[in-house]
Write a protein that binds this ligand. Structure first.
Ligand SMILES: [Zn+2]
Length: 116
C-alpha cells in the first residue's frame, strides 16, 4: 500500500474529488483511509456517559484507498511511490516522479546494508 498515516493525499473520485488532505488513519484490512476534512458527515449525537457533549458533530468517514493518490512532499505532484534500501539498510519510500526520499518505513537493518 502506498499510503500511510500523516501522508498528504489527493482525492480522485467522489464528492471531494480534487481535495488534498492529511491521512488520519488507514485500515489495511478493509482498504479504507480517513482523510482530514474529506467525506465529512454530520452526526447527531446525544450526550452520553462516553461523549459528554451532544449535538451535531462533524466527523470524517473512511473512503476507499483506491480513490486517493499520494502527494509527494518534495515536488507536490500526485505520484506513486516505490521502496528501496539506503546504504545503511534503512528502507525508505521514494517518489516515482522526482526520486525524492519520502521517509523511512523500516529501521536500518544490517542485512540490507550496502556491503563495503
Ligand atoms: Zn516527488
Amino acid at each position: 500500500m502506498q499510503v500511510r498515516i500523516n501522508d498528504m493525499v489527493e482525492v480522485l473520485a467522489g464528492e471531494d474529488r480534487g481535495v488534498r488532505g492529511r491521512v488520519l488513519s488507514v485500515d489495511r484490512t478493509v482498504g479504507k483511509v480517513v482523510v482530514e476534512s474529506v467525506n465529512v458527515v454530520v452526526k447527531h449525537m446525544r450526550p452520553t456517559r462516553q461523549a459528554k457533549q451532544g449535538g451535531r458533530l462533524s466527523r470524517e468517514m473512511p473512503i476507499d484507498i483506491s480513490n486517493v493518490a499520494l502527494v509527494c512532499p518534495a515536488c507536490g505532484a500526485r505520484t506513486r511511490c516505490g521502496a528501496r534500501y539506503l546504504d545503511d539498510g534503512t528502507k525508505v519510500r521514494f517518489c516515482k516522479k522526482c526520486n525524492a526520499n519520502i521517509g523511512p518505513i523500516a529501521p536500518a537493518r544490517a542485512r540490507y546494508a550496502k556491503k563495503s
